[in-house]
Design a binder for this molecule. Sequence first.
Ligand SMILES: NC(=O)C1=CN([C@@H]2O[C@H](COP(=O)(O)OP(=O)(O)OC[C@H]3O[C@@H](n4cnc5c(N)ncnc54)[C@H](OP(=O)(O)O)[C@@H]3O)[C@@H](O)[C@H]2O)C=CC1
Ligand SMILES: O=C(O)[C@@H]1CCC=N1
Length: 274
Amino acid sequence: MTNADKPTIAVLGAGKIGEALLSGLLAGGRRPDELMFTERHGERASELTNRYGIRAVDVATAAKDARVLVVAVKPQDIEPLLDELAPAVGGDSLVVSLCAGLPTSLYERRLPDGVPVVRVMPNTPMVVGEAMSAISPGRFATADHLAVVEELLGVVGLVVRVPESQQDAVTALSGSGPAYFFFLVEAMIDAGILLGLPRAVSEKLIIQSAVGAATMLARTGEHPVTLREAVTSPAGTTIMAIRELENHGVRAALLAAIEAAHDRSQELGRQHED
Ligand SMILES: NC(=O)C1=CN([C@@H]2O[C@H](COP(=O)(O)OP(=O)(O)OC[C@H]3O[C@@H](n4cnc5c(N)ncnc54)[C@H](OP(=O)(O)O)[C@@H]3O)[C@@H](O)[C@H]2O)C=CC1
Ligand SMILES: O=C(O)[C@@H]1CCC=N1
């Protein structure tokens, strides 16, 4: 795709994930004049414009000037946004929803007939170009629309296509996933403090171990079990820790936690059924 072919993008609701997308796109080479956003608080809008040089617009301007409209409000805030969007959006627009739980059918019901919608579940590592995004087409989205979204999100990380029926599971795994890793890192840093290490040292040890482990997973193609076994010496230190993790049900806790996130994603969708 040449620069001239690249669609202008408006982020509707530039909170945490909206800002992550805007900053990731800028870092990936998009120009500020190819991007815009809407925000309901003037102070927040000024903060983003000052930080990134991107203009704040209203929904009607976004629908007129941008080909891709990325919806990034909380699922609980979708109804008023759809009220604003419905009279403004046309068949030339492409609506991309980042909202957990919300089905493409909700948009299709509320927007004019034929407006294409693609449902996406991204994650915040898009700020460093390492997002994992899963995309699913709605009824009116064509292969070309999917290609546009793939190109857009490809600037900020990896993209996979999944059936929309899998999006609640994706949300629980990779959408929320970074939070689980941050939680683990936080707890491991505390363990260093427990053992008497200075906080700065503990942080450095754990963050670099996380970077190293993630890079091995991504680059070697080895199964996580193989990589873990290579660290686990007979009668050594690691197996003592693994026994404690199993005794405390950490594996079962992760299964239950991710299932709870999945159920909440489904529930968010159900709140907007007819
Ligand atoms: N955070 C994450 O890691 C991920 C989030 N998501 C999805 O992204 C969406 C946003 O999440 P997140 O960024 O965390 O939430 P935030 O609350 O940080 O961002 C939403 C932003 O949209 C603003 N907003 C609400 N309604 C409107 C409106 N009508 N017009 C313009 N702006 C509006 C909010 O303002 P106000 O502050 O007043 O509420 C807020 O700034 C959610 O649907 C979530 O499911 C998906 C993947 C990952
Ligand atoms: O917590 C949430 O609801 C959003 C969706 C996925 C990550 N954050």
